[in-house]
Design a protein around this ligand. Structure first.
Ligand code: ATP
Length: 370
């Protein structure tokens, strides 16, 4: 049982009907969310959707206009930021330029008046944790971006908060370092048994690190679920389109005694579909590009195989995969398509054989099936 599936589990953090207005503008619109101990939770959404505002309210830098935030069952509205067992690591890292690595990490502990021996012990522990022992005496400007990021992380963790808030923590790192650091963050979170809440607009980052993701749009949650569920069972077109690539075909669902079918003018045949709560009416069929197969020959009418035919209008070679753009019409590609409204389906096909051996080329008539 994951705690979020367990009706008896008590959340560590509870956002209860939170609304936040800045003047007339509603940045957060009546959202509720439970986050559990030891969870790595991601708030994901486009710029301006309210991710940072939500996090800042938990840290205590902003007060909700309406609603309550509970920590361990207690309302923390009246608790000032520095007294909350919550620490925030900022995008800019906000390191003190004149202090060396060790002093940067020790700063908060000194302010709290911890005994000297305790501070030294904790700083050493943190330096080991983020593998920065060789750099203790360096100043921030003598470190790489990744190292600075680790100092900031160590400093946020030194006070042993219950919850670590990470606001776009890897934004300044290049792609490769970013990916490495994502795995380091996951290791760290697991090792420390802490609750991490990360804000990001990078869907791959959220998918990689998080146990659950809340996809946000215009101050509201569109879906809250583990990454695989968000990807495989997106609750709305918005979520489907925001996470990964997806093909959308418009059509109609018809329910019968034996089940349900989907029909659309772009489909060669009706497609059998399954799902809970299906009702007849206009609908969209959404297919991930990597779930498709591509072939020159029409696939057999085996049960459960759905298919569309079209012509290859483009092939993008990415090394590990190629992306085929298949236009659902018989028209040969010669410059601009005659009807711009004909859908183009993207199929991502693994390059398991060498490109030169691949039989499918531009303008071939192909069948896509799933
Ligand atoms: P980003 O990824 O760009 O940081 P975000 O999802 O974190 O975006 P927020 O910073 O939470 O977004 O902002 C949400 C909305 O609230 C934005 O439209 C922003 O302009 C507005 N907002 C945030 N802080 C204030 C403020 N102090 N005064 C007025 N409006 C604000």
């Amino acid at each position: 049982f994951a705690p979020w599936d367990d009706p008896l589990a008590e959340p560590l953090i509870r956002f209860e009907h939170i609304t936040k207005r800045f003047g007339d503008f509603t940045a957060i619109d009546d959202v509720s969310l439970d986050i559990y101990e030891r969870e790595f939770f991601a708030l994901l959404g486009p710029s301006g959707c309210g991710k940072t505002t939500l996090m800042r309210m938990l840290a205590g830098f902003e007060a909700p206009t309406e609603g309550r935030i509970l920590l361990d069952g207690e309302d923390i509205s009246a608790v000032p930021p520095h007294k909350r067992p919550v620490n925030m690591m900022f995008q800019s890292y906000a390191l003190f330029p004149h202090m060396n690595v060790a002093d940067n990490i020790a700063f908060g502990l000194k302010q709290d008046g911890l005994p000297k021996a305790e501070i030294t012990a904790r700083v050493d522990e943190m330096l080991a944790l983020v593998k920065l022992e060789p750099f203790t005496k360096r100043k921030p400007d003598q470190l790489s971006g990744g190292q600075r990021q680790r100092v900031a992380l160590a400093r946020s963790l030194a006070k042993r908060p219950k919850v670590l808030l990470l606001d776009e923590p890897l934004g300044a790192l290049d792609k490769k370092l970013r990916e490495e650091t994502q795995f380091e963050l996951m290791d760290l979170q697991e090792k420390l048994g802490m609750t991490f809440l990360i804000v990001t607009h990078d869907q791959e980052e959220a998918m990689t690190v998080a146990d659950r993701i809340a996809v946000m749009n215009l101050g509201e949650f569109e879906q809250i679920a583990p990454p695989s569920q968000i990807y495989e069972e997106p609750r709305s077109r918005y979520v489907a389109g925001f996470i990964g690539d997806i093909n959308i075909l418009e059509g109609t669902v018809s329910t019968h005694l034996e089940g349900a079918t989907f029909s659309g003018s772009d489909l060669d045949d009706d497609v059998a579909i399954e799902g809970e709560g299906l009702v007849s009416g206009p609908a969209a069929l959404a297919i991930r590009p990597e779930k498709l197969r591509i072939a020159l020959d029409e696939p057999n009418d085996a049960e459960g195989v759905a298919k569309v035919s079209g012509r290859v209008w483009d092939i993008g070679y990415l090394g590990d995969v190629s992306i085929f753009h298949v236009r659902l019409s018989d028209e040969i590609c010669e410059g601009e398509p005659s009807d711009p409204n004909v859908p183009v389906i993207r199929a991502t096909i693994a390059n398991t054989t060498r490109l030169v051996e691949r039989p499918i080329a531009w303008n071939d008539k192909v069948w896509l099936s799933w």
